[in-house]
Write a protein that binds this ligand. Structure first.
Ligand code: PEP
Ligand code: MG
Length: 561
């Protein structure tokens, strides 16, 4: 347990500094491996029932203050906790001698299997059942409930990892910083933190040794955490922040290089709130609306009406500025309880993104219809694209559907090497493409984007990844179609120069990153960006590529890095 002053390091994924007491996000505890076997099923059965009743009641209590869209899922989960069938299943396990937490786990697993067998709505309840299991186990083990704790004063959240659905609902007024023990630079938690403007650091070994109540200070730009900081240290961190802000002052207007080569600067968003926040920034629209965040953590898919209303509001927020909407990209680390296609050995390589929508056409049909209605209502500059496209058939399938409902601009994401290599054929089918460097890096390097251990592989500086981006840009050039980047690489000022040199026409990122990227572009002409791209591509390693590019950088830019 760390109580004294110490400094820890991780991967900074969202710039900015913060100092506040720590609040720990508790992981699910799992079975108590030291618990005794059951010798009195009556007594243990009563204990488990009491734990389940407490879980059910606490979920009902949470419902009272929860946002409207979370209420149905809390209600359904509370109901499952008081399900008689589940209690009977646990009794059976206790009679066989299972300890209390082992009985809960085994019975829940059987029950979940049964729900999945029933399919449809029932199958979708399996995820909620696991939530009941984790909460009941905490009760039985005398541990605090898992998940994000409630707090009144601002805190820095510390977690082993945070689910995207948990991160998406954090309030930046209350959560001043996020630190996780695991996680990679392009994990969705990192992306969402940057989008919310919350300074964040992932892969901080030892952070879970800090106990509740200690003070932390962090610098998300350099990935530094100070445990029990002195006043001077907090001041130093704030001074760093100010220095950066000064370097950025005066950066405004359209994105363009020093010699006027235009690169649109766009925002990544996930909710109406994000859209409204982002629209206030000096930027040229949204290059990625991750619509799946409307679908996460819900008992059912949002209705056609709800989706139409949401998309209309998002389009209205940006007025006549471009909005690129990505259709549902669920699966892998963004599971949907109502569209569970069963357990997969390798979810990132499984039925996620467009593949999930091909299995559940109802989801994409409703979404496209809602987007078409929002377009009709606003006549906004709406572009719609599909995630995770790997084949021409998939691109065609999506384009036919999207055009069929009257959407004006139809595109695909290039985030699978197969799509990058065949970008020109892909682009002959659709109107535009946007490179998702997060997944393109994960799939090119065969490195799980959630795994901080693989950080050296998980960077778009890898020459093989840049080569993929080059293929995509060549496809854009040969077909005359628009190519942008909407992965995290676009928000890195140095990589943004390289991407510009490779030929991308737009960069989409967390709105808080736009100023730095705009300032970087203004300091360099296109020829320099192209030279940088050549240096980075030709380098034998990611590190050498970056170092070579740094040699061409304007000294003023160094303050932004
Ligand atoms: C990407 O993969 O780069 C991307 C933008 O999509 P997401 O990060 O949501 O997977
Ligand atoms: Mg992606």
């Amino acid at each position: 347990m760390s109580t004294g002053h110490s400094v820890l390091h991780g991967i900074g994924v969202s710039a900015g500094t913060a100092a506040a007491p720590v609040a720990i996000v508790r992981p699910a505890p799992g079975v108590d491996t030291n618990e005794p076997a059951c010798t009195d099923p009556e007594v243990d059965g009563a204990r488990v029932r009491e734990a389940l009743a407490t879980v059910s009641n606490s979920l009902k209590e949470r419902m009272e203050t929860a946002p409207e869209e979370s209420k149905p899922i809390l209600k359904a989960t509370a109901k499952l906790a008081s399900d008689r069938g589940l209690a009977k299943g646990i009794d059976k396990k206790l009679k066989k001698g299972f300890g209390v937490t082992a009985a809960v786990e085994a019975a829940v697993e059987e029950y979940a299997e049964m729900l999945r067998g029933l399919g449809g709505y029932m199958a979708e309840r399996a995820t909620d059942l696991y939530d009941v299991r984790d909460r009941a186990m905490c009760e039985l083990r005398g541990l605090p409930a898992p998940g994000v704790p409630s707090f009144d004063e601002p805190v820095i959240l510390v977690a082993r990892d945070l689910a995207p659905a948990e991160t998406a609902t954090l309030n930046p007024e209350k959560v001043k910083g996020i630190i996780t023990e695991i996680g990679g630079p392009t994990s969705h938690t990192a992306i969402l933190a940057a989008q919310l403007g919350i300074p964040a650091i992932v892969k901080v070994t030892g952070i879970l040794d800090i106990t509740e109540g200690h003070m932390l200070a962090l610098d998300g730009g350099v990935g530094e955490v100070i445990v029990n900081p002195t006043d001077e240290e907090v001041e130093l961190l704030e001074a760093r922040s100010r220095h950066r802000a000064t370097a950025l002052a005066g950066s405004s207007g359209e994105g363009a290089t020093y010699d006027g080569y235009k690169v649109k600067l766009l925002a990544n968003i996930g909710t109406i709130d994000d859209a409204e926040r982002a629209a206030k920034f000096d930027l040229e629209g949204s290059g990625l609306f991750r619509t799946e965040f409307l679908f996460l953590d819900r008992a059912d898919a949002p209705s056609l009406e709800e989706q139409t209303e949401t998309y209309t509001k998002v389009l209205q927020a940006f007025g006549d500025r471009r909005v690129v909407v990505r259709t549902l990209d669920a699966g892998a680390d963004k599971p949907l309880s109502f569209a569970d296609l069963g357990k997969e050995e390798n979810p990132a390589l499984g039925r996620r993104g467009l593949r999930l929508c091909q299995a559940r056409e109802d989801l994409i049909d409703t979404q496209l219809t809602a987007l078409a209605a929002a377009y009709e209502a606003t006549k906004a500059d709406l572009w719609v694209m599909a995630p995770m496209v790997s084949t021409l058939e998939e691109a065609q399938w999506f384009a036919d559907k999207a055009r069929g409902v009257g959407l004006p601009k139809v595109g695909i994401m290039i985030e699978v090497p197969a799509a990058a290599i065949r970008a020109d054929q892909m682009l002959s089918i659709v109107d535009f493409a946007s490179i998702g460097t997060n997944d393109l890096t994960q799939y090119t390097m065969a490195a799980d984007r959630m795994d901080g251990e693989l950080a050296p592989l998980l960077t778009a500086w890898q020459p093989a990844v840049l080569q993929m981006i080059k293929f995509a840009c060549e496809g854009g050039r040969s077909t005359g179609k628009s190519i942008g980047v909407c992965g995290e690489a676009g928000g890195d000022p140095l990589l943004a120069l390289v991407l510009t040199g490779l030929g991308v026409g737009s960069l989409s990122m967390a709105p808080t990153k736009v100023n730095a990227v705009r300032a970087a572009l203004r300091l360099h002409d296109l020829a320099t960006c192209q030279q940088m791209a050549a240096y980075a591509l030709d380098a034998p390693t990611a590190e050498e590529g970056r170092n070579n590019v740094l040699k061409l950088v304007s000294p003023t830019m160094l303050a932004l890095l």
